[in-house]
Every structure is written in structure tokens, then in C-alpha cells.
Design a protein around this ligand. Structure first.
Ligand code: ADP
Ligand code: MG
Length: 261
């Protein structure tokens, strides 16, 4: 069974793992924990070789997702932080990334971050599919056939996985990267904008700015599958933000005259 993430701090890591990190970074003089959502360890480390963002996991599901992340980031170096090192010891996987000096994206209406997000999503749509990516995004959406495809997708572009650094949106957290149709990423991102306060029309307009956006029956099908997926997530784990997302997904389907069954 997968336990909730442990959020272990630097001092709580096994000694062999600390030593393996130090072999890459030199002395670690400080650790600033970051509230990650799906890793057992997340922190900016102050080291003899400068700042490094490190994330690690020992629970099998999360460790596997970090292996997926490590393999994927090599393909998206223009829009993601560079992977500096990777450690596999004592059941832990730990990844060290170039530290991004930035802040979380703001998805509220009128935010200057929205065109930067669009640029990053457009760049992602041109990246070839890495060989190791075999899982399809449709499996989270009841196997919806229209979502099947051979494009690399991030699928988790919420505001905390997008860092604004200068005039760029840097996409982090490729742990759940998978493959699917190219229109899926802009559709999922547009939904994130709705949850952050955009009207449905405003968010769809943002999506229309992307060459891979799809409207019509494909989007109608997605909107229903998206609602079912969020409804299931909120029923399973009724935290506020999931209930709000399920409610927004419901409103989107009504807006497109597709009352969900
Ligand atoms: N390379 C980086 N540089 C600086 N901060 C980062 C970097 N990568 C991630 N972060 C910060 O740490 C948080 C958690 O990292 P993330 O990769 O999203 O882990 P999780 O899978 O636990 O959500 C992010 O929301 C972001 O604020
Ligand atoms: Mg994250």
C-alpha cells in the first residue's frame, strides 16, 4: 500500500543517501524544505557547489515515478530544469536538479504568466516521444479513445509545477509524464485556468491560441471524461480543492450542453 508522502527532512535521510548526495554536490550546508505533493523528500540544498533542488522517494510507486521523471527531463531541457545527477541507493531514488530562481505561476485572469505558459506548452508539443514513455493519459479518463496519441504530455501543469523565471515558464515535476493526443495538454491546462478563476470562455480562448487546441466533439468528450475523473477523485478524497475542481468540471460540461450522466 502507498502511504501518504513522508516529507522527511535532510537530517532524517539515511546516512548512505546523504553521502551519495555529497559525492555530487560537496558539503551540504543547508536545506530548505519545499512542500512537495508526491515525493518523500523535497528541498533546495545549499551545497559547496551552489544551490541544488533535490527530490527523492523510497515508496515504490513514487520511486518509479521519479525514474520516469529522470528519463523524461533529458528530452525537455528547453522547458524544464536540467537534471544534474541521479542516485539509486538503499531503496531510495533521489534526483538533483539545477535550481530555478523563480516563483510559482499565477493562473488568475489577466496574469502576465499566461502567454509564458502557452509558449512552454507549444514547445512541449514539438518534443518527440521518448522511447520509455509507454503509459497513455487516457487510462485516467476511462480509456477515452480520442485521447490516445503519441505526443509527450506533462499532464499535471498546476500553478506549483510551473515556475516563472524571468520571461520563461519552466515546467517542473515530470514524474507523471505520459503519452497522448497533442490537444490533451492545452485542454487540461485550460481547465486549470478555470479552476484559478477564469471564465470558461476566457480559458477556452487561451487554449485557442495554441496550434494543438481542438474544439468540437473531441473537446466535448474530454469535458465529460474530465468531469467523471474529477468527480471520482473528489468522492475518493473529498478535500476542498478536489471538490472545487469537480464542481468546475461539472460547470464546464453544462456550459457545452453536455450534462454528465
Ligand atoms: N528545479 C527547481 N528549482 C527550484 N524549485 C523547484 C525546482 N523543482 C521544483 N521546485 C519546487 O519544489 C516544489 C515541489 O517539486 P515537484 O517537482 O513539484 O515535486 P512533487 O512531485 O513532490 O510535487 C515545486 O512546486 C516547486 O515549488
Ligand atoms: Mg509538484
Amino acid at each position: 500500500m502507498t502511504m501518504p508522502v513522508a516529507n522527511i527532512d535532510w537530517d532524517g535521510l539515511p546516512y548512505g543517501l546523504q553521502r551519495a548526495v555529497r559525492e555530487h554536490t560537496g558539503r551540504v550546508t543547508g536545506s530548505r524544505p519545499d512542500k512537495g505533493q508526491r515525493s518523500d523528500f523535497n528541498a533546495t540544498l545549499e551545497t559547496a557547489s551552489g544551490l541544488v533542488f533535490a527530490k527523492g522517494a523510497y515508496q515504490p510507486l513514487f520511486a518509479a515515478s521519479l525514474r520516469n521523471e529522470a528519463a523524461t527531463v533529458a528530452w525537455v531541457s528547453r522547458i524544464a530544469p536540467r537534471l544534474l545527477w541521479r542516485i539509486d541507493v538503499e531503496g531510495w531514488v533521489m534526483l538533483g536538479f539545477e535550481h530555478v530562481n523563480g516563483r510559482h505561476a499565477d493562473y488568475r485572469p489577466g496574469s502576465p504568466d499566461l502567454p509564458l505558459l502557452a509558449n512552454a506548452v507549444a514547445q512541449l508539443s514539438k518534443v518527440p516521444l521518448p522511447d520509455h514513455v509507454s503509459k497513455g493519459v487516457e487510462r485516467h479518463f476511462g480509456g477515452l479513445g480520442a485521447m490516445v496519441g503519441n505526443r509527450l504530455l506533462h499532464t499535471d501543469l498546476h500553478q506549483e509545477n510551473v515556475l516563472i523565471s524571468g520571461d520563461r515558464a519552466v515546467l517542473v515535476d515530470w514524474a507523471w509524464a505520459c503519452k497522448g493526443a497533442a490537444w490533451v495538454e492545452p485542454a487540461m491546462a485550460a481547465f486549470r485556468l478555470m479552476v484559478a478563476g477564469h471564465s470558461i470562455d476566457e480559458a477556452e480562448d487561451w487554449g485557442r491560441g495554441l496550434a494543438t487546441w481542438q474544439d468540437g466533439t473531441v473537446l466535448d468528450k474530454f469535458v465529460i471524461a474530465n468531469y467523471r475523473s474529477w468527480r471520482q477523485a473528489a468522492d475518493h478524497d473529498p478535500r476542498d480543492w478536489k471538490l472545487r475542481a469537480a464542481d468546475m468540471a461539472h460547470r464546464w460540461s453544462l456550459h457545452r450542453n453536455m450534462p454528465p450522466r
